[in-house]
Ligand binder design. Structure first.
Ligand code: F6P
Length: 424
């Protein structure tokens, strides 16, 4: 039987809960057992130090016999009954332990259909995420392998950014050695070693940055973009009232997608992105000239967007505060800085960040069920509106080559790698 576990890793993004929901529900439809791993790879490393609570000992049990569809389901015993409400309470560990509702000491949890009900509309990730240091060590991955084998899990779906997906591929590549070592050290039986010769892995890209190659969109990017767009709409009205300039710093790590698209959708006068620094060096003249032109044309407000990873053509970082000083000193504009920060990342997913993870979750389950020892680990993407499967490591390598191109100041190459249709 295929036992699928799903985890979320790295920075959270809107739509991660919809991924979990989709994989759990479609996994069940396909006859799989479904699990969630709490706290990303950290939860895999920690595993379950306590057995599942006694059947019928939880809230559901107190209310009478369990309906058949909830049987074999940790959540209804461990936590709160119905509406996927358990983890919604917050930290499972803090839930009262006395009547079997606690998740304390348990990170790999069996889940059923109703545990993920309504999760498409929830922000962040309800099963928790972490940037695990332990999983980066061979000992950490050994513990993770042992925990998966102990739970009988043979298929893993990971939703995270490029770092998290690289970790997944390393884990899969190392799997045979990990199993052999666990057997030699007497931590698993020969039968367990034989039954677990192969681990199936699939990646889904959850990141607000939209920084992964070989897919048009990452899960969470549309919501973050919408959040920024709304913030600029709000700023626009006050900027107009006072005829002010605003410099907005937006997230995106090394990727300018959020900054560029926010500028297009909410109307910016000048945008700084890492992949294409201003042509003129020094860039101050180019920016002031453009903004002055817009003011002469009658604009009462000025919006400049700075991606957090923006730099000039010599790779010196461009800071929002400095941009503000330039606008104030050279153009005499009354200027303010707004850093949107984590408001961009949290909150309810927009419709597309429910649709995309739902469709990709279905594809991920199919990819896991069809995986053989000879197929690569796949990343589920979207390309020209079609859900795709691409070799995970190819996508990760191409993503890294954008960073390489930037570090070599080959910005045209960086843009072309981000968007093959890009023309100067
Ligand atoms: O990768 C997502 C992201 O939000 C980036 O845009 C940002 O650089 C980073 O994570 C912030 O990370 P943290 O939440 O750890 O401060």
């Amino acid at each position: 039987k295929t036992k699928i576990a799903v985890l979320t890793s790295g920075g959270d993004s809107a739509g991660m809960n919809a991924v979990v929901r989709s994989i759990v529900k479609f996994g069940i439809i396909k006859g799989c057992e479904t699990y969630v791993v709490r706290e990303g790879y950290e939860g895999l490393v920690k595993g379950n130090s306590r057995p599942p609570p006694h059947r019928g000992n939880g809230l559901a049990g107190l209310n009478g016999p369990l309906p058949a569809k909830f049987q074999d389901n940790d959540f209804v015993h461990n936590l709160r009954f119905g509406d996927g409400g358990l983890l919604r309470e917050g930290e499972g560990d803090s839930v009262d332990d006395t009547n079997g509702k606690s998740l304390k000491g348990r990170h790999i949890i069996r889940v059923g259909w109703d545990d993920v009900r309504g999760w498409f509309a929830e922000g962040g990730t309800l099963i928790g995420t972490a940037r695990s240091k332990a999983f980066r060590t061979p000992e950490g991955r050994l513990a993770a392998a042992q925990n998966l084998i102990k739970e009988g899990i043979n298929a893993l779906a990971i939703c995270g950014g490029d770092g998290s997906l690289t970790g997944a591929d390393v884990f899969r590549a190392e799997w045979p050695q990990l199993v052999a070592r666990l057997h030699t050290e007497g931590k698993i039986t020969e039968d367990e070693a034989k039954a677990n010769a192969h681990l199936r892995i699939v990646g889904l890209v959850g990141s607000i940055d939209n920084d992964m190659s070989m897919t048009d969109l990452t899960i969470g990017a549309p919501t973050a973009l919408h959040r920024i767009c709304e913030a600029i709409d709000n700023i626009n009205s006050t900027a107009f009232s006072h005829s002010r300039a605003f410099v907005l710093e937006v997230m995106g790590r090394h990727c300018g997608w959020l900054a560029l698209l926010a500028g297009v959708s909410a109307g910016a006068d000048f945008i700084f992105i890492p992949e294409r620094p201003p042509a003129a060096n020094p860039w101050e003249d180019e920016m002031c000239e453009a903004i002055h032109r817009h003011r002469v044309m009658g604009k009462r407000k000025t919006i400049v967007i700075v991606a957090e990873g923006a730099h000039d053509a010599d790779l010196n970082p461009i800071r929002a505060e400095y941009v503000k000083d330039v606008l104030t000193d050279r153009l005499g504009l009354d200027t303010r800085v707004t850093t949107l920060g984590h408001t961009q990342r949290g909150g309810r997913p927009c419709a597309f960040d429910r649709i995309l993870p739902t469709l990709q979750g279905v594809e991920a389950v199919d990819a896991l069920l069809e995986a053989t020892p000879d197929t690569p680990s796949y990343m589920i993407g979207i390309c020209e509106n079609k859900i795709t499967r691409v070799p995970l490591m190819e996508a990760v390598a191409m993503t890294a080559s954008v960073a390489d191109a930037i570090s070599q100041k080959d910005f045209a190459k960086a843009m072309a790698l981000r968007d093959p249709e890009f023309r100067e």
